[in-house]
Design a protein around this ligand. Structure first.
Ligand SMILES: NC(=O)c1ccc[n+]([C@@H]2O[C@H](COP(=O)([O-])OP(=O)(O)OC[C@H]3O[C@@H](n4cnc5c(N)ncnc54)[C@H](OP(=O)(O)O)[C@@H]3O)[C@@H](O)[C@H]2O)c1
Length: 250
């Protein structure tokens, strides 16, 4: 039973997961690169179930821990404090932001397998990486709701996958097991199941990146049930790793 969630990174995805976790009755321990004091406003907004700490403290405090920082900083994740833990990895490879990472460019590793290599004593699960933060908040639904969406998870450890599935359920999503970390390219940027399926239909033509972003924020997302996630994941064909975005905030 997950009673507390440690967050390594408390930005758009980390902050959204913290909101969902607090709403689900979990304790959250937030952290970032600049120090706990810089998270005071978010902690105040989240209320008494939230506190801020250093990344190592958040890693130790969480029954489950989410690593949700820019991928280029993955080597700074506190491997010792995370040893023995299940770590949910939301990270994606964007060379514009992350620089070039050779093992990813050659498809030798998926980005989550790279993270697992760094966190050798942890059980890494790829999760929450294929949905934009605003849809992650907007599309969460109670178990059994007819318009509940699903998200893919990938990992090498069945017990950790079961833990992740229960966390997703508590936070408002069904989970679709898409295989091992080596197979997790099927939910990486530019795969058919990556962010777009959750976007609303009917985007007006000719919008700039900024206008698209504003429109996305103002328009409810699309429910993507588990069978559709499975179809999208199964239809993926491996291409070059790394996404490209021109819309701010995505
Ligand atoms: N945005 C999305 O919709 C979305 C969707 C799916 C997946 N993702 C992926 O999820 C990850 C997080 O994305 P995001 O949009 O939430 O990023 P973000 O808004 O830029 O937030 C990043 C967070 O990571 C923290 N951080 C950076 N380096 C750190 C370090 N070495 N140790 C601890 N914390 C550190 C930052 O803290 P400081 O501010 O103090 O530096 C910040 O709290 C990325 O890999 C992204 O590709 C994003």
């Amino acid at each position: 039973m997950t009673a507390s969630l440690g967050l390594l990174g408390s930005g758009r995805i980390g902050g959204t997961l913290a909101r969902l976790a607090v709403a689900a009755g979990l304790e959250v321990v937030l952290s970032n690169s600049r120090g706990p004091e810089t998270l005071a406003d978010l902690v105040a907004e989240l209320g008494p179930r939230a506190r801020a700490a250093t990344p190592a403290e958040a890693a130790e405090a969480g029954d489950l821990v989410v690593a949700t920082i820019p991928l280029h900083a993955y080597g700074e994740l506190p491997a010792s404090a995370l040893a023995g833990k299940t770590v949910l990895d939301t990270m994606n490879y964007y060379p514009q932001r992350d620089g070039r990472i050779a093992e990813l460019d050659t498809n030798e590793l998926t980005s989550s397998a790279l993270v697992q290599r760094h966190l050798a004593g942890s059980r890494v699960i790829k999760a929450f990486n294929n949905i934009s933060y605003f849809h992650l908040l907007d599309l969460a639904r109670s178990a059994g709701a007819p318009d509940r969406s699903a998200l893919p998870i990938a990992g090498d450890d069945p017990v950790a996958k079961a833990e992740a599935t229960r966390l997703l359920d508590a936070l408002g999503y069904d989970a679709v097991d898409i295989g091992t970390l080596a197979e997790s390219w099927r939910s990486e940027p530019d795969a058919p199941g990556y962010v777009q399926p959750y976007f609303p239909a009917g985007r007006p033509e000719g919008m700039s990146g900024e206008e698209t972003f504003r429109w996305l924020l103002a328009t409810p997302g699309t429910t993507v049930p588990a069978d559709r996630v499975r179809e999208l994941v199964d239809s993926a064909v491996r291409g070059p790793a790394g996404g490209f975005v021109d819309a701010p905030g995505l």
